[in-house]
Design a protein around this ligand. Sequence first.
Ligand code: ADP
Ligand code: MG
Length: 700
Amino acid sequence: MRPPLLYPLFAGIENLNGIGEKTAKLVRNLTGDKIVDLLWHLPSSIIDRRYSPRLANARIGSIVTVKIRVLEHIEPKLKKLPYKIVCTDGSEEITLSFFHAYPETLKRNLPEGSERVISGKLESFNGSLQMSHPDYVGRPEEMDRIKTVEAVYPLTGGITNKMINKYIRQALARVPKMPEWLDEHYRQAEGLPAFNEALAAVHNPQSDADILPSAPARRRLAYDEMLANQLALALVREKVKKQQGREIRGNGLLRKKILEKLPFELTESQEKVLKEIFADQASPYRMLRLLQGDVGSGKTIVALMSMLNAVECGTQAAIMAPTEILAKQHLETMQPLCEEIGIRAELLTGRIKGKARARILEDLEAGKIDILIGTHALFVEAVTFKDLACVVVDEQHRFGVHQRLALSDKGNKPDILVMTATPIPRTLVLTAYGDMEYSKIDQPPKGRKPVDTRVLPISKLQDVAAALKRKIEQGCRAYWVCPLVEESEKVDLAAAVERFDTLRKIFGGEVGLVHGKMKEKEKDAVMERFKAGELKVLVATTVIEVGVNVPEATVMVIEHAERFGLAQLHQLRGRIKRGFQASTCILLYAYPLSETSRERLNIMRETEDGFLIAEKDLELRGGGEILGTRQSGFCEFRIADMNEHKHLLYTANKDAQMIVAQDEKLSTPRGEAPVSYTHLTLRILLYLFERDEAVKTYQQ
Ligand code: ADP
Ligand code: MG
């Protein structure tokens, strides 16, 4: 249960003053739906209103806050001209100008002869001082209130800085006094303020330096966030690891047979990784291992080998894919191999229904199925195995701590192997997986031809289409990728549908279209036709990213390549790297091209090394954006910055390990006697940053 201390922060933003239904909607999109979300919305710059010179010698162009006396109102002769108010500070006159003003309001707020404080940008017009639309107009006694440094927040249409400021001030007022969860030694050594102080400071920056990630207050909050993240992961890992597993040590016969059937030898890298996995399986503890390998590096056979190890012991194994298409694909590769060596692999997805489903479930429970291939969704349901000893999770970044926890409770404490297709830099491995052991396939199978990657402006589209036509006539197949972004951003993007129509004029009936809004069934049908060669060009939004395997497809055109992240481009390009034929990837870009985008495209042209690309991606984009979305399961950080706070992450990781080693139930950290089932301060931290799934599992 959430500590009551935090209740005020976890109320909805609509509870704040001055937020109506319409505003609430906008704020929700900007920051989140809870009051606590406002706290993590940090200023991106400041406006310094402390400059308060005599007007006669003030710097033009700067923000000034000055006391003035109103001399005269000058109403415009034409509606479109500004309403003017002449004022003086005694040293010089200044004209305030207002477009589309309500004279009544101005006369009320700035009556002739009155003294006022104004704050805004000082300009010079025809040699005289001017200020158009002062940011603040107040009474003389309000000078001190106005003459401050103002935090400037990232905004969205319909929300002004004043509004968000007002909401954030209210949120801050609700923050309870937090107990200290950091080690006092560490806190002092790093010069980190206490949590409440830090929070107040980040929202009241006094200089540009306070906005930087290196500011002590920001580092403090970043550290807290990372500690919460690392602690949650460490708890999950500990939970799995502490459990007695089983010693899976097959006789190797099935594996030997498979290797004899394969048309290739395993690479050294695959051998090495398998050794690590087999050792885990043989140990009496549960395996929880991450297998990293680039697209096409040959993870499937590695997965199959570890499952066969379990089958050799008379137990069952399962592999879960993120989508139906991928599950089917695993079936297509694995089932024939399994048949040849006399074991049974079956597919179970949400679409298999009725008798067929009942039969599979029955056989599974009876132990007649050795390997079950399915989607993630499957494992949420009641699927009963006779004796499940090995689970492979083909992750593709769609799988959170949450589901991993659910999975760890499934079956008879099976070993778990998590596979990911995108190489992930070390820092991100840490944030997404904590200290999960990991193996890397860092060498592609021999004989792979490099992809010929070209970067061209979109103006060359006709040439590209013509060249593609020649390739198709030679028997190639091609993907044509258009980024279709959700709703609002649709406008200026080459919508896939539109491109489909243009290409149809060139390629006729040999072009197909798949996009995210299609029904699964329709999508599959088109994919099937592309696979079968009826379609030669497949226009697609990024759906193909999830990994269809069509070895004949050797050309890929990516439109608006500048809008994709590096990792995403790499992933896409991997789709045409599977064959041993030469392949071509055309990256079409449109202007304006930012420096970062240009660099990204260059990297794509220069290298195919996924690990290198992943590191570059992190450098160029920062953690927040890597792999495209927050939902990717990486970089769930609101405050911490992957590049700037890297070293803090490593400390947080060690700190979390230490805490968990002391007592994985968080009952006795830091020398305190056991106070409760779960130590309160760290529990507050986990709940505050919404990393509380880990706590919940202990309470079950
Ligand atoms: P991924 O890591 O993307 O899942 P796959 O396991 O699908 O990659 O392998 C990609 C292709 O490479 C498959 O056609 C597979 O048969 C082949 N392959 C795997 N290992 C080797 C190897 N050691 N030598 C040659 N080809 C291999
Ligand atoms: Mg795969």
